[in-house]
Design a protein around this ligand. Sequence first.
Ligand SMILES: [Zn+2]
Ligand SMILES: [Zn+2]
Length: 362
Amino acid sequence: MTPLMHAAYKGKADMCRLLLQHGADVNCNQHEYGYTALMFAGLSGKTDITSMMLDAGAEIDLVNSVGRTAAQMAAFVGQHDCVTVINNFFSRARLEYYTRPQGVDTEPMLPPRLAGPLHKIIMTTNLNPVKIVLLVKEEPALVDPWALQKCSRVMELLCEQCVQQQDMNEVLAMKMHYLGCVLNKCLSFLQNREDKLDSLLRSLLRGRDSDGFPQYQEKFIRDCIRKFPYCETNLLQELVRSIAPVEIGNDPTAFAVLSQALTGQMAFVEGDYCVTCGEKGADKRCSLCKAVVYCSLACQKLHWFTHKKMCGSMQDQDAKAQDTPKLKELKAEEKVAAAGGCPLELLSRPSTSSEGPPRPRD
Ligand SMILES: [Zn+2]
Ligand SMILES: [Zn+2]
């Protein structure tokens, strides 16, 4: 093992950074089983180190002596967050191609100052439309119809490129298309609505009267999938097969199906995802009903206009109502209880067997 492989496997981010800055070869695979530093990063379960290796130019397709890629190795040991990071990687260089005028054009497709903000959105592994709109909102350069038009055009081209490249990447194509649809939606709200993106956020979050289910969001995501321009792809057909028979309001939601297909995230465990933005590891909850969890106070505030209609009926009979809900830290044992007593990681991690690829050695 090279020092970089050691540092990656042991989860030492600072050491990885130092070694890379000093020219460590990120794609070296002279390890006795052909492992790369990216494989060790994936095995370590550290998403920051996995991203660092990818940013440094780690190749995703290299395989070890048993023919497995880094993503497959990470999946084998149950490090699904690292699998997600690897599967969603898209190099900045590939996007920057569009920041230079091509052929007879005098203007680039994408103004260079938009490359950073757009790349951040492309790299998101949380595909909740609320989260994506929040990402747009926090980038002043993107909150502009002209900029959004440029970005959504580039997303369309990237989608086309992913379908037409030598080995078609349907997953990435669908992701580019979906993100482009969300950007387009932002564009239309910016142009036509008074309070612009806030109004889009409220539309996405508003629950229907009967059960609080956000049906606008469900219909929007279904619509994005339906508009995917390459009807012959397997991925589209699979998505449609999974979603079409489900009545709106029932499980699985279009978001859950899409998210699983694009990021490889396993089934959603209730009580672990922010009900507003879908961020994983939400550890705060409404102190009144104790039924919904959030990642932050900001997300709770955003959701309150619609949650307040349901909060009462979700409360325990004897819980005392207060004027405003407070956030309460979710205790570790409550979190496990919310997951049905079985944290997902334990269920999906295969037992160590003598078959399978060799384990990395120290
Ligand atoms: Zn949130
Ligand atoms: Zn509540």
